[in-house]
Design a protein around this ligand. Structure first.
Ligand code: UDP
Length: 405
């Protein structure tokens, strides 16, 4: 099928680890590659955010990335992009109307892509599938006044869910959140994200470890809700272990990153500065080396729509200690592939890490079960197959999409 992926802020070509570049970029890149490998014709539309980018890039993974001129050709924070969505959808509609390539299905990622994709697709009667990746209601609940989402996000998300042809939720927690938002259950299909099992596996080189200390690895964009401060507090209660934090700006810019400075100050105040190491952004192709070097992967977000990093660690045969939030309650099976603890409770997190690092046999059992679970439940080939079927269904039904104001 001809599939148009819309990912307005998250380019599959972006360098990951920065504030607005993480899971969605990986998801769109891997899903597009898996769909292309299955024989589909995939184009990813993302915003042009640098003057020197070509309109179209043919990737080595068999799909194209098309840079859409909408707003300034420079980086713009995700939460400031809404005013440019009409230009984004006009450009898509013109391009598809011009006729050289028209999609049979549009799959939008994130709510603003949904607005742009739906507005363009409804002009040509193409069905739309929506994946939210994150929900405004959840963000508002956790971040309160610090939530910088544009006003109206929640209403747009509700209306989108009622207007598109199908909503793809990534985990059971997201289904519950969407139902609470007012999106009918009957419109949803659950297809979890996958993990690249060629890139992430137990065999291969590992990053150097530090003089025999157990390694606690934690990975993600350096934003508060990822709970790195809770991990560092927990590490203070785990003697003789080092904590490696991967993510954030490139290593050279960590010295000026306010959140990185706060994490370092916290480690100093706890007397564990020598056991906490921030390495900054790591290129995607080097991530497996870091996972393989870890004795345990800790993911301690306050909330998490899906959470790829525990899954990547599991595929490398690494046990996980995670907070029991969002998608992590689906991927991590408590007591079998890892341990789940309440969010924002560093003492409980520290106790779980200490217990696991002190129990070699349980760690080995978790690692084996984690690897098995990643391989059997979360391959991208499986996700692409299920989504390919879903695209076929919505395209066959051919139900006209409703207009979003
Ligand atoms: N990642 C990376 N380099 C880094 C930090 C993160 O390649 O320095 C990748 C990581 O491997 C994962 C993604 O970014 O694929 C983060 O996804 P996750 O779902 O954990 O978090 P999100 O960014 O969606 O909040």
């Amino acid at each position: 099928m001809r599939i148009a992926m819309i990912s307005e802020h998250a380019s599959p070509l972006a360098v990951l680890g920065g504030e607005d570049a993480g899971g969605q970029n990986t998801h769109v890149a891997e899903l597009s590659a898996a769909l292309a490998a299955a024989g589909h014709d995939v184009r990813v539309y993302t915003r042009l955010d640098a003057v020197d980018l070509p309109v179209t890039v043919h990737t080595a993974d068999g799909y194209q990335v098309v840079h859409v001129p909408a707003g300034p050709a420079e980086p713009v924070a995700k939460d400031d992009l809404l005013p440019y969505m009409p230009a984004f959808s006009d450009w898509l509609a013109d391009r598809w109307r011009a006729g050289d390539w028209q999609p049979e299905v549009v799959h939008a990622h994130f709510w603003m892509s949904g607005l742009a994709g739906l507005a363009a697709a409804r002009r040509s009667g193409v069905p739309v599938v929506q994946t939210y990746h994150a929900l405004g209601t959840v963000k508002r609940r956790h971040q309160g006044a610090q939530d910088t989402s544009p006003p109206g996000r929640i209403d747009h998300e509700r209306e989108l869910g009622r207007s598109v042809d199908r909503v793809v939720a990534q985990c059971q927690d997201e289904v519950a959140e969407l139902v609470r938002l007012g999106v009918p259950r009957s419109r949803m299909t659950v297809v979890p994200s996958g993990v690249n099992l060629s890139t992430f596996g137990p065999l291969g080189p590992a990053a150097d470890s530090d003089g025999g200390r157990a390694r606690i690895l934690t990975v993600g964009r350096l934003v508060e809700r990822k709970g790195f401060q809770d991990v560092i507090r927990a590490v203070a209660a785990v003697p003789d272990a080092e904590c490696v934090v991967v993510g954030g700006p490139p290593a050279g810019l960590l010295e000026t990153d306010p959140y990185a400075l706060r994490l370092r100050a916290l480690a100093r105040s706890l007397g564990i500065a020598d056991r906490v190491r921030l390495v900054g952004a790591v290129p995607r192709e080097e991530m497996a080396r870091w996972y393989r070097s870890a004795d345990v992967l800790v993911a301690a977000p306050w909330y998490e729509p899906f959470g790829l990093t525990p899954l990547e660690a599991m595929a490398c045969g690494v046990p996980v200690v995670a907070t029991a939030v969002g998608g992590l309650t689906d991927t991590v099976v408590h007591g079998r592939t890892g341990d789940l603890v309440p969010a924002r409770e560093p003492a409980a997190l520290g106790a779980a890490i200490r217990g696991l690092l002190g129990d070699r046999i349980r760690r080995f059992a978790y690692a084996t079960a984690a690897l098995e679970r990643a391989r059997t439940h979360y391959s991208w080939a499986t996700a692409a197959e299920r989504l390919g079927e879903l695209y076929g269904e919505v395209a066959t039904v051919g139900r006209p999409t409703r207009v979003v104001a």
